[in-house]
Design a protein around this ligand. Structure first.
Ligand code: AHG
Ligand code: MN
Ligand code: MN
Length: 387
């Protein structure tokens, strides 16, 4: 041991003076680092066990994302850790139940944890200094961030999805999507009226899902799992509570091409179109392979939980329109578009029943769309009944 230590010390003292890094040598080093990263990818070396923060830095190094996007992703992972810890303690810390009878802009009851989770997401994104505009399920309108000093990313999010399940300690989650800001439309607090700033925020947020640069969700369940895509496949990280870091446990998630599980709120059956009723009936006799084993029903009533299971086991999740709510219940911007991005990145599909969700151009911030997602064969089969 001692000999080694001395040898190292000698090496250090006899080393040539450090070279000053010129722009050229810096570039060469970067090229070498990227080439090495590329070589590892080529060799398909598993990244399982990689901490989320390391993975994000690697994405930056191989140019999948820029430095500012990396900071936004790190900030979101911190928000998710904070929400996970609150969700776990909700029953003990008096955080179950409604937030003083308040409703959000969509007329939905707000739970205490909806409000707290929204504050956590907003504060964390603000502090990152890299988001120009943020839009949340729990905010009336998208908000311009004054503390922005770079990046100008637009982040849309549902801070706590499935919150009606909270009081029963059933799975919940957070969902987010990240867009590049519109450089022609940067809100200016010093010269513009609040109405002008708001109009610019809305314009920044109203982008189709195909413009997403990344999306993800975090599920608060028997374990806390963060699933993310920066447009190069889908990766899942499980929170190691002992060290407080998300660790890669799911590499390049692929949704099975088909799967005999359906996840719909069938209580709404009577309000569905004849085509959709026929589809639902057909699943009970084997679906497109008529006469085979019927499909199994699985419905948590938390999109994140139902979607996560669908990603791993295959099948279909659906929240259709009905006679009461022609566009269904789920919101395009911060529920359906991010989930469709992830589904497509995992080889699956996200559809309104008549086309790709990612193609839908939002007209309103809290716009709803019928939503079907999961295995590509299952979504195509459903679409064949919706013509
Ligand atoms: P949120 O809690 O963010 O308002 O979303 C709840 C959504 C979604 O998570 C779930 O799939 C759906 O509502 C369940 O709705 P039903 O109770 O109508 O089935
Ligand atoms: Mn939701
Ligand atoms: Mn919510």
């Amino acid at each position: 041991m001692r000999a080694n230590a001395v040898a190292c010390a000698q090496k250090v003292t006899s080393a040539a003076p450090a070279k000053v890094l010129t722009a050229r040598t810096r570039r060469t080093r970067t090229t070498i680092i990227r080439a090495r990263a590329g070589a590892k990818t080529d060799a398909k070396k598993s990244e399982m066990g990689t901490p989320f923060s390391t993975w994000v830095l690697k994405q930056e190094m191989i140019d999948t994302i820029d430095n500012e996007h990396a900071i936004v992703l790190q900030s979101i992972s911190v928000a998710c850790k904070q929400i996970a810890s609150l969700v776990q303690r909700a029953g003990l810390a008096g955080m179950t139940g409604l937030a003083g009878g308040e409703q959000n802009i969509q007329g939905e009851d707000q739970k205490k944890l909806d409000v707290i989770s929204n504050e956590i997401f907003c504060d964390t994104l603000r502090l990152s200094g890299r988001t120009g505009v943020i839009a949340s399920e729990e905010e009336d309108v998208p908000v311009a961030v004054e503390e922005t000093y770079g990046g100008n990313y637009v982040c849309v999010f549902d801070p706590l999805d499935g919150s009606s399940n909270i009081d029963a300690a059933v799975s919940t989650g957070s969902i987010w999507g990240i867009y590049a800001g519109d450089s022609q439309c940067v809100p200016d607090f010093s010269t513009e009226t609040p109405a002008e700033v708001e109009a610019k925020c809305v314009q920044n947020v109203c982008q189709p899902g195909e413009n997403l640069v990344s999306a993800g969700y975090c599920m608060y369940s028997s374990s806390t799992i963060l699933v993310v895509s920066v447009g190069e496949g889908v990766y899942g990280f499980t929170l190691d509570t002992a060290v407080g870091e998300f660790i890669m446990t799911h590499e390049k998630i692929q949704i099975p091409k088909s799967g005999k599980i359906y996840s719909f709120n069938e209580g709404n059956y009577d309000m569905w179109t004849p085509g959709l009723k026929k589809y639902m009936d057909s699943l009970k006799t084997g679906g497109k392979e008529k006469g085979t084993k019927p499909y199994s029903a699985r419905y948590i009533g938390s999109l994140v939980g139902d979607f996560h299971r669908t990603m791993l086991y295959g099948g279909i999740y659906g929240y259709p329109g009905d006679t009461k709510n022609p566009n269904g219940k789920l919101r395009l911007l911060y529920e359906c578009a991010p989930m469709s991005f992830l589904a497509e990145q995992a080889g699956g599909a996200g559809s309104t029943g008549v086309g790709r969700v990612l193609k839908v151009m939002p007209e309103k911030v809290h716009q709803r769309v019928p939503f079907f997602t999961g295995s590509s064969d299952e979504v195509s089969y459903l679409e064949s009944f919706m013509k």
